[in-house]
Ligand binder design. Structure first.
Ligand code: HQG
Length: 181
């Protein structure tokens, strides 16, 4: 099983659908590593402790985290299920970016950025990262978020362990187009 498929499967069970294995996540999204490995092996997937450790360490977006004892694993962000990552509110940089697809723009400029099925709206530090995020949905386009103004007006931001900025909702007045698409 290649590392990309392992990463995708871990994203599925640690963010969205633990019942697919099945495993149980605790309130903060942690799962028992030995149990995950055993159950993945039970489904015919060729994984062991070393392989999972290498997937976690080398993951392109650092999507996962092991606890200090390497006994539990969780996803750093991106959950649709109701867990509490226990992130502390953080002061955002003045500007953040959101990559989306051009076909969503009309709706976004009407309702602002909404979190949809995920727990938060996801924002990027730079346009390059935002472009990659938007490309997953179609023709990418980039919105600039006036995070400084939002922060000054009391909107709360969090930053995940892998550097993704998170907030609950970005209202329209804080959004501007950052490109000509
Ligand atoms: C759009 C990936 C219509 C929003 C990435 C996005 C990220 C609206 C889509 C993480 C809207 C939701 C999250 C509105 C927002 N009307 N569409 N009012 N407000 N949208 O996948 O931000 O590889 O749930 O623009 O790197 O694309 O999974 O969110 O296009 O960090 O680790 O609704 O997922 O990380 O799509 O991506 P998503 P996202 P991973």
């Amino acid at each position: 099983m290649n590392t990309k498929r392992i990463s995708k499967f871990l994203s599925l069970v640690l963010r969205h659908k633990p019942e697919a294995l099945p495993i149980v996540l605790d309130d903060q999204g942690w799962a028992d590593l030995d149990e995950i490995i055993e159950k993945m092996q039970g489904k015919g997937m060729k994984v062991d402790q070393a392989i999972i450790q290498s997937v976690v360490a080398n993951n392109d977006k650092q999507r996962f985290r092991l606890d200090l004892a390497n006994r539990r694993i969780r996803a750093n962000q991106g959950h649709s299920i109701d867990i509490d990552l226990a992130l502390e509110p953080s002061i955002p940089p003045n500007e953040l970016f959101h990559g989306t697809a051009t076909r969503f723009l009309d709706s976004i400029m009407e309702k602002g950025l909404i979190r949809g099925s995920r727990q938060h709206v996801h924002l990027s530090l730079d346009i390059g990262t935002a472009t990659k995020v938007g490309s997953r949905h179609g023709k990418p386009t980039i919105l600039k978020v006036d995070a400084q103004a939002m922060h000054q007006q009391g909107f709360v931001f969090y930053v995940s362990e892998n550097g993704v900025w998170l907030t609950d909702h970005v209202p329209v007045p804080f959004l501007t187009k950052a490109d000509n698409r």
